[in-house]
Design a protein around this ligand. Structure first.
Ligand code: DAH
Length: 339
């Protein structure tokens, strides 16, 4: 029995040395010390020994077991250290290495202008309203007091869609949609895309952008309109900006006006930007026509309102000194990356 124990110990030492993974080591442990393991078998044989032999043999078995366990434990520690070192070497990170940058998109110059103008008007108490790009003839023309034979409805100007719909030619359509939904006081802006069948050239595009404004309440006046718009252009173009209003005609406002601002390039002296006039036309505006209020379900004997509409592309072009409107729509990233 003693020899057997010696043999087990020796072969265990050799097999432990040959083992180089934790799973193999666990298998080895089971084959030695497990329920059916070699040492366990010997322990079972103790029953056949005489009472005198048992204590000494018992001690020997225990010593052997302890020795084998120690070998196994040492090897386990050794192997797991080695495995960890390998893993660490494999996963080594060079934190000083420069990162990989992904190209990030950014806002289109038109979006920048829309956001900036919206922020300005929101600061003046306006809410942002929206309407569909594909409109009915009613919202785009009829409810805005534009009669059936009006030149704006001409096929030359308007894209007609099947089913009597049009691509909206102006954001003014949002005026009626808003009045139908909301009771006064109403104070909204509506930035959006509009469409007209214009020939493409440096200052014209069949797709462009407008920002509409509508204020309806008791006691809204032309003086209020002028005050609000002057405040707006001073905020947008600087405090020294001057404004003037010229009489004009729009079917949906009465009286109507166009607003010019003093040229921000030359301060009003006259230059190429303002074609030597010192002024730049910036928007159309007026007091909402009583018929339009009625169409929106609002009683014009109680309420009055003002409205305005401006082209955003021109503002973006002026702001960034862009000389060709087509650049705003062509999606050339070399151009767009500048903003
Ligand atoms: N809808 C007009 C256009 O497209 C712009 C406009 C003028 C809007 C006067 C208004 C306004 O609300 O009162 O030319």
């Amino acid at each position: 029995m003693k020899d057997k124990l010696e043999a087990i110990k020796r072969s265990a030492a050799e097999r432990v040395k040959e083992t180089d993974s934790l799973t193999a080591l666990e298998e080895l442990r089971l084959s030695l010390l497990g329920k059916k393991g070699e040492l366990t078998q010997i322990l079972r044989g103790m029953g056949n020994l005489s009472p005198e032999e048992r204590p000494a043999m018992g001690r020997l078995v225990n010593d052997t077991r302890a020795a084998v366990e120690e070998m196994l434990n040492n090897s386990k520690k050794h192997i797991s250290d080695k495995e960890q070192n390998m893993r660490l070497a494999h996963e080594k990170l060079d934190v000083t290495m420069p990162g990989r940058t992904k190209p990030v998109g950014h806002l289109h110059p038109l979006s920048i202008v829309i956001n900036e103008l919206s922020e300005l008007f929101i600061g003046m108490g306006y809410e942002v309203a929206e309407g569909p790009d594909v409109e009915t003839d009613y919202y785009n023309f009829e409810a805005l007091n534009i009669p059936a034979n009006h030149p704006a409805k001409d096929e030359q100007d308007t894209f007609y869609v099947e089913g009597g719909l049009v691509l909206r030619t102006q954001t003014s359509s949002v005026q009626i949609r808003t009045m139908e939904k909301k009771k006064p006081p109403i104070k909204i802006i509506a930035p959006g895309t509009v469409f007209r069948s214009d020939q493409v050239d440096p200052t014209h595009s069949p797709v462009f952008h407008q920002l509409e404004g509508l204020v309806v309440d008791k006691g809204v006046t032309m003086a209020g309109l002028k005050g609000s718009l002057i405040m707006f252009v001073k905020k947008l173009f600087g405090n020294e900006t001057k404004a003037r209003f010229r009489p004009h005609h729009f079917p949906f406002t009465e009286p109507s006006a166009e607003m010019d601002i003093s040229c921000f390039a030359c301060g009003g002296k006259g230059c190429r930007v303002c074609k030597d006039s010192g002024w730049i036309e910036i928007l159309g505006c007026g007091m909402v026509h009583p018929r339009v209020l009625e169409m929106g379900g609002i009683d014009p004997t109680i309420y009055s309102g003002f409205a305005f509409g401006m082209g955003l592309n021109r503002i973006a072009m002026q702001r960034y000194a862009i000389t060709d409107m087509r650049l705003l729509f062509e999606g050339d990233t070399r151009f767009l990356q500048q903003f």
